[in-house]
Write a protein that binds this ligand. Structure first.
Ligand code: FMN
Length: 234
């Protein structure tokens, strides 16, 4: 049954969360199509829709998972098209620590347990056992202005997945071996792979799925105007 559940926008936004453990059950083809059809409603500048999506299932997914997992385990060089996440500072760093603490806490991994943390990181390259992963690409010549569109698409896609009863996890780490993805799908080099999203049916028995993240108060992220503006002349 491919019809998405009718959810309020409020419910969809507040219920979605990152899922890092899945049941070994493939998503039916008609549901897959419906998920990506709905996500096409995402807005983009001049309606260009610059996202290129590559959905790996079955043998393609198995081969990519094995290739990336082995690469990560053996230290094969990671060459993300868009570089690694920059280091954060101030309150951003604090939130990053809190995010890691929530995940490792749920998984029962102590702060000083380096091996445990490494194994948890490796789970990224095992797709958290998701039966599907989609890679999100964009023409190499496009920069930040078009990446805005792709980001909006990605959240729309994850909400669509949620409305179809699927869990998902956005993964910057799925952009770390872009040449493998290009090879697997026969993608030209002029497409850069930005990141990926693992998805499928959540396995609620996986400890990592007990992790919950918090959000900063509005006072830290949103400024409402307060007084009449007096512009200084240039
Ligand atoms: C662009 C992007 C990249 C991400 N990369 C990863 C990743 O590589 N591995 C991972 O486990 N989670 C990743 N996440 C998930 C975030 O950690 C998660 O969205 C955040 O902690 C908020 O939690 P929530 O999704 O459960 O609300 C990523 C999220 C985004 C938006």
């Amino acid at each position: 049954m491919s019809t998405p559940q009718s959810l309020s926008v409020f419910d969809a936004i507040t219920q979605r969360r990152s899922v890092r453990g899945y049941l070994p059950k493939a998503v039916p083809e008609d549901v897959l199509r419906s998920v990506f059809e709905l996500a096409q409603a995402a807005p983009s500048n001049c309606n260009v829709q610059p996202w290129q999506i590559y959905v790996a299932s079955g043998e393609t997914r198995d081969a990519l998972r094995e290739r990336m997992r082995t690469g990560a385990m053996t230290g094969r060089a990671m060459t993300p098209d868009i570089g690694f996440m920059p280091s954060t500072s101030g309150e951003h760093k604090n939130r990053q620590y809190a995010c890691a603490a929530a995940l490792y806490g749920a998984m029962g991994i102590a702060r000083e347990d380096k091996v445990g943390r490494m194994q948890a990181t490796l789970r990224n390259f095992e797709l958290f056992d998701a039966p599907h992963v989609c890679f999100i690409g964009m023409k190499r010549e496009y920069g930040i202005p078009m990446a805005l569109d792709v980001g909006m698409y990605a959240q729309t896609l994850m909400l669509s997945m949620h409305a179809h009863g699927l869990g998902s996890c956005a993964q910057g780490s799925m952009g770390y071996y872009p040449d493998d993805v290009r090879q697997a799908f026969g993608i030209d080099d002029d497409i850069q792979i930005l990141f990926g999203i693992s998805f499928g049916y959540e396995d609620p028995s996986i400890a990592a799925n007990g992790a919950r993240t918090e959000r900063a108060p509005l006072s830290e992220t949103v400024q409402f105007n307060q007084a009449p503006v007096a512009f200084a002349e240039a």
